[in-house]
Design a protein around this ligand. Structure first.
Ligand code: GLY
Length: 308
């Protein structure tokens, strides 16, 4: 008789986010676990945990997302993936409370990734009301970044000067102490099925239309029969490394989960914020090169507890 998998949910609040926000990640993990205990799927659990993090305005996803350089626009990315090959994502979606729920709807659609106005229109079509995710904290964060840019002689509101933040200024700004990035959740359900969910308001300085790694299959997230992986950090770098898929392959090849996450982080120079969480049959793990709040909740399945 096979031993039933322990139910397990791991969450993160972003590489560079404050460790003081770990309570929000733990709350999200517990909500994910209670979804599993009610016989929800790994996808249900990862999605439920991601909603909690999107609704917590301390994190850069959903409510609390970063503003774009114009100081008005918020464009968010989100995705879900399952060990059965399911994948759905939205990019640059606007004025929606929970982008992760729209991504989940895309998973059940004929498409994999829907972006921009089409994504927002889809959200309205399925009942997501118009919602402004802007918070005073997000506005203050952008204002502070812009003031540092101006002090550095870069005028981000004047094209083509905006592109000049790449010349070393970008790296300085993306290392704010209160930097905060993608949120993510990975879940293992009874029977050893897995899912990943991630959502983000993007990086601190972004042009309109910029999409990061979070909705990109294999970059921001990946799931397969061996487990599920979520990445956080600077999307442009994570995409180039196809990071979540790389970590998944190591796990599938027998590398312990925590070691695979560490190996993934070590692909990057110290100037690049990056973090990973992953779950596999053997357990869960996390690694980051910045403070990264993490939540973890685990329980025996109801059958093993005699509650079935
Ligand atoms: N990792 C989130 C982003 O780069 O958009």
């Amino acid at each position: 008789m096979s031993v039933p998998s322990t139910l397990l949910v791991l969450t993160h609040g972003g590489a560079g986010a404050s460790a003081a926000h770990a309570d929000g990640c733990q709350r999200a993990a517990v909500v994910g676990l209670s979804t599993l205990l009610r016989k929800g799927s790994a996808l249900d659990a990862a999605t439920a945990a991601a909603v909690v993090l999107e609704d917590d305005d301390r994190f850069n996803a959903g409510t609390g997302s970063n503003l774009r350089l114009d100081g008005r626009t918020i464009q968010m990315d989100a995705a879900v993936a399952t060990s059965e090959g399911g994948y759905g994502a939205v990019g640059a979606i606007e004025r929606v409370k929970n982008p992760i729920l729209v991504a989940r709807t895309v998973l059940g659609s004929p498409h994999a990734l829907i972006v921009g106005q089409g994504a927002t229109a889809l959200a309205r079509r399925i009942g997501h009301a118009d919602y402004d995710p802007t918070t005073p904290r997000a506005r203050a964060k952008l204002d502070r970044a812009l003031s540092i840019l101006r002090q550095a002689g870069v005028a981000p509101d004047q094209e083509p000067a905006a592109a000049r933040w790449q010349g070393g200024v970008r790296e300085r700004l993306w290392n704010f102490d209160d930097g905060c990035d993608t949120i993510g959740a990975v879940a293992r359900a009874q029977g050893g099925t897995f899912a990943a969910a991630c959502s983000t308001g993007g990086t601190l300085l972004m042009l309109r239309g910029r999409v990061g790694d979070s909705p990109i299959y294999g970059a921001g997230l990946y799931a397969g029969p061996a487990g599920a992986v979520c990445a956080t950090g600077i999307g442009e770098e994570i995409i180039r490394h196809l990071l979540s898929r790389s970590v998944y392959e190591w796990i599938a090849g027998g590398t312990p989960v925590g070691e695979a996450c560490r190996r993934g982080v070590d692909l990057f120079p110290g100037t690049v914020d990056v973090g990973l969480i992953a779950v596999a049959e053997s357990g869960g793990g996390a690694a980051a090169n910045r403070p990264m709040p993490v939540g973890r909740a685990e329980a025996s399945p109801p059958a093993a507890q005699g509650l079935d």
